[in-house]
Design a protein around this ligand. Structure first.
Ligand code: ADP
Ligand code: MG
Length: 562
């Protein structure tokens, strides 16, 4: 007698389900995007595994998604011929494993409300969106490979789910939604068609919709005209990035981006390019608007999605982007890599290095273009990702010039962020350098005695307040021929007149007794006491010897236990 097991949902998933099933969110149709995206992932995984294990395709070579509305039963089924799930995978993936994103999702719903239901897929819990429209969900799945058995997962989202043996002729997964009484619109052929066109047109596998048409044949048993059912492909089912640019609209690019990232807002900019010649590959690179919640989460991979000859290979291919571009999203489809490419091969491949170089260049060009054409949008990008981008100045010198043109800082001018080019254009006559101070916040820096001498000369000073800035500014070194100089360095070489020089020497002499006495008292706490001309109002300030690191930085490093 087949055994039915009952399992409890993991605690946070249970909370999440309660919120989803009672949600008043008005765009419940997003469930379809999430379930079709899971089906498409399952098909991608199968195709990838079949490269080395072709027998997995078995007697069902077709890779497709089928949508089956059933008006009589009030159900909508989303079925795929993908990898499927074993008994244990059903239990883990759909209920007992703690997803890192479920807590964050709950927090974001608590803080920002129902609008964030849309983000469910970004948090890695998209499957549960089924309960926006259904009060009971059944998943029948059979893993690819011979000797696999099918199982049925069922739940009404009331704390538990059941798993039991089931019948399914071949590999794949069928998810049947028992629609809530007020959600029957999702049985309608035209509603489903338009949703697929809107959300899932760019899914690279065919999405077939079961349609019923009145038949010309009289049904013998009823004496009336019957209906015929057939499947119609409702999406384009071709890789969007392989289509010519001229055929693609902004909306299509934006929807593809949302499909790729589960972001609910469109990207700020994108670039779509094809290279030929030495390396053949197609790239589609997007600049997102918002920082995803898990961008810097431990264990998270970052990068673009890698395809080889249209076959999906992996998500988040880190080898294709340097860490300081880890916020960039997109697709790279190479014609030169082998289909059975491994991580080891990726890490040690000249092809990959050459693709990466090209992708970095395209991405930096895209940012530069955005900063010129749409400065407001560029500032949005900078606010989300500037601190990450600046890491590029600490690690590599190759892109120094381009990154120098992209950085933005606050300054003593007090009019928001400025570029270095704009700073340079405002430099005073005789000003030799671009001056900056580094500290915790703009507020802490504004009153800094280190600025007095610069201010007296009317020099603008950049305020660097990100932890990475000190290293980044040192990495940048100069911009447009002007050195970047820290106002904290002792040896500020400001221009002085002969008279100023004489005056300074006289003052030094006059104060000798005092400085000697200070040295005696402070002993090892300091290296030197010097009479300075950099202060106008404050009597004294601490400065750094050549090569010393700022007090703030030292404290920061201490706090991080380094
Ligand atoms: P995500 O897709 O971000 O991993 P989901 O909540 O959408 O999160 O899905 C959870 C997991 O359930 C997936 O990672 C996958 O392992 C499994 N899964 C969901 N739908 C399918 C399907 N149609 N075929 C195979 N596995 C699936
Ligand atoms: Mg998903």
């Amino acid at each position: 007698e087949p055994q039915r097991e009952t399992h409890s949902f993991q605690a946070e998933i249970n909370q999440l389900l309660n919120l989803v099933i009672n949600s008043l969110y008005s765009h419940k149709e997003i469930f379809l995007r999430e379930l079709v995206s899971n089906a498409s992932d399952a098909l991608d995984k199968l195709r990838f595994r079949a490269i080395t294990e072709p027998e997995l395709l078995g007697d069902t070579p077709a890779l497709e998604v089928r949508l089956i509305p059933d008006a009589e039963k009030g159900t909508l089924t989303i079925e795929d011929t993908g990898v499927g799930m074993t008994h244990d995978e059903l239990v883990k993936n759909l209920g007992t494993i703690a997803h890192s994103g479920s807590r964050e999702f709950l927090e974001s719903l608590a803080q920002r409300g129902q609008q964030d239901v849309n983000l469910i897929g970004q948090f890695g819990v998209g499957f549960y969106s089924a309960y926006l429209v259904a009060d009971r969900v059944e998943v029948v799945s059979r893993a690819a490979g011979k000797d696999s058995a099918a199982f049925r997962w069922t739940s009404e989202a009331k704390g538990t789910f059941t798993v039991e043996p089931a019948e399914r002729a071949s590999r794949g997964t069928a998810i049947t939604l028992h629609l809530k009484p007020d959600q029957k619109e999702f049985l309608d052929e035209w509603r489903l068609r338009s949703l697929i066109t809107q959300y899932s047109d760019y899914v690279g596998h065919p999405i077939l919709l079961q349609v019923k048409k009145p038949s010309e044949v009289i049904d013998a048993s009823t004496g009336e005209k019957g209906t015929t059912t057939s499947f119609e492909t409702v999406n384009k089912a071709s890789a969007l990035w392989q289509r010519p640019k001229s055929e693609l609209t902004d909306e299509q690019y934006q929807e593809f981006y949302k499909h790729l990232t589960h972001d609910f807002e469109p990207p700020l900019a994108w670039t779509h390019f094809k290279t030929d010649g030495h390396q053949q590959f197609t790239g589609l690179i997007f600049l997102p608007k918002n920082k995803p919640f898990d961008l810097d989460a431990a264990g998270k991979r970052r990068g673009v999605r890698l395809f080889v000859k249209r076959v999906f290979i992996m998500d988040d291919c880190e080898e294709l982007l340097p860490p300081w571009l880890r916020f960039v999203r997109g697709v790279v489809d190479s014609d030169d890599l082998p289909l059975n490419v491994s991580r080891e091969l990726l890490q040690d491949s000249a092809v990959v290095r050459s693709i990466r170089k090209h992708v970095v260049k395209k991405t930096l060009d895209l940012m530069e273009k955005l900063s010129k054409d749409k400065p407001e949008d560029y500032l949005t990008l900078w606010k989300s990702f500037g601190a990450i981008l600046k890491e590029g100045l600490t690690s590599e010198t190759e892109h120094r010039e381009k990154l120098g043109a992209l950085v933005r800082y606050e300054s003593s001018r007090d009019e928001g962020l400025t570029s270095l080019a704009d700073y340079v254009s405002r430099m005073k006559e005789g000003q030799q350098a671009i001056y900056y101070v580094f500290g915790e916040s703009r507020k802490a820096l504004e009153g800094s005695p280190h600025l007095e001498a610069l201010r007296k000369r009317g020099y603008e000073v950049l305020y660097l307040t990100d932890a990475v800035d000190e290293w980044a500014a040192q990495g940048l070194r100069e911009f447009s021929g002007k050195p970047l100089v820290s106002a904290l360095q002792a040896d500020l070489k400001l221009q002085e007149t002969d008279e100023e020089k004489r005056e300074k020497e006289q003052r030094s002499e006059g104060l000798k007794a005092l400085t000697e006495r200070m040295k005696e008292v402070l002993k090892d706490a300091i290296r030197e006491v010097r009479v300075s001309d950099r202060l106008t109002d404050s009597p004294v300030c601490l400065v750094l010897p050549e090569g010393g690191s700022p007090a703030f930085l030292e404290r920061l490093l201490r706090e991080h236990g380094r």
